[in-house]
Design a protein around this ligand. Structure first.
Ligand code: SN0
Length: 318
């Protein structure tokens, strides 16, 4: 693998999950693979899990790691082509990415959507420019439309804990106080469809995800109906795709609670984190036995390590 930006960059997701589970059992089995190679982790937005889990995964593989919060520590970056830079932006992504490619063998890059212009966000213009101009393999640390390392960790978590071949997995919208990207929900849907589970998406009216991400999933605006018999419930807020970037309603009754858990098959409850307690998910769920949020966070390490290992192998053995 030379690029990890979506499920389309992975030839066999089950092989990648099984690699990740092997790495979880023997984290240091490949500690020579990254020797004398450098991973750069470049953030245009905040991070806790992605930053630490990817750094840990890299260290397990013997990589050197450099981290930069480009939005706070770097020069203001221009992304538009052909403009006269007589304003506030100081250097162009063409040079900035190109320079980083001089110092790194692999780069992880995070860039959230503006949530202002759907065409621009969904074209992944900034992410694609970064990939093009840095000239080295790139791992998405969450782009405008996807968060594939999270989705891989989520798939690992379900594969480890599922009790049936095709579990019922429900992605449910949750309330929030501000408009969030659709990236985590999009990506989760993409990976669940590929895993061929019994996959249902539920959200209030107006929160439909882009059709290319919904794929063959069943969609309902009736949360109770969706939750019936679920083995896994993935809780996540996202802003509207159709009325782009807007918060349409904020119906508190969509919060996942123990009462709603009774409708499920004693489901494991998942969230990518960070989570707003008492708003997206109840305290009782997060503190109770059904919460899988720390299992997911743990699996972020093995997801990142499996991806970095695959990229290192393609660099080392072309
Ligand atoms: C991000 C998102 O895409 O939803 C990152 C998730 C991994 N989440 C947030 O920005 C949460 C911000 C908040 O204020 O709760």
């Amino acid at each position: 693998m030379k690029l990890f930006t979506s499920i389309y960059d992975v030839s066999d997701i089950h092989q990648l999950v099984s690699d990740a589970i092997s790495l979880k059992k023997s984290p240091f089995a490949n500690e020579q693979l990254g020797k004398h190679k450098t991973l750069g982790l470049i953030f245009l937005n905040p991070s806790l899990r992605t930053r630490l889990s990817t750094q840990k995964a890299a260290l397990n593989l013997g990589l050197q790691v450099m981290v930069m919060n480009l939005d706070k520590e770097g020069w203001a970056v221009e992304t538009q082509d052909g403009i006269i830079m007589n304003g506030t932006t100081v250097e162009h992504i063409r040079e900035a990415a190109g320079v980083m490619g001089q110092y790194c063998d692999i780069i992880g890059f995070r860039s959230f959507p503006s949530l202002l212009n759907r065409e621009e966000d969904y074209s992944e213009e900034i992410f694609n420019k970064f990939v093009k101009f840095c000239g080295v393999p790139v791992v998405s640390l969450e782009s405008a439309t996807r968060h594939p390392l999270q989705s891989l960790a989520d798939l690992i978590t379900i594969e480890e804990l599922k009790k049936t071949e095709k579990p019922k997995v429900v992605l449910t919208w949750a309330p929030h106080v501000k408009p969030l990207p659709q990236a985590v929900a999009n990506s989760f849907a993409e990976w669940m469809n590929k895993a061929d589970y019994d996959f249902v998406i539920t959200h209030p009216e107006g929160y439909d995800l882009a059709p290319e991400f919904v794929g063959k999933a069943r969609v309902t605006n009736n949360q109770d109906e969706a939750l019936a018999g679920a083995d896994f419930v993935y809780v996540k807020n996202w802003s509207s795709y159709t009325d782009y970037g807007k918060m349409l309603i904020n119906d508190d009754s969509w919060m996942m609670t123990n009462e709603k858990l009774k409708l499920t098959n004693n489901a494991g409850v998942m969230h990518c984190l960070p989570v707003r307690r008492g708003l997206e998910l109840s305290h009782e769920i997060l503190d109770g036995p059904n919460s899988l949020v720390l299992n997911q966070a743990n699996n972020r390490v093995w997801a990142a390590q499996a991806v970095l290992k695959s990229i290192l192998e393609s660099i080392c053995l072309p």
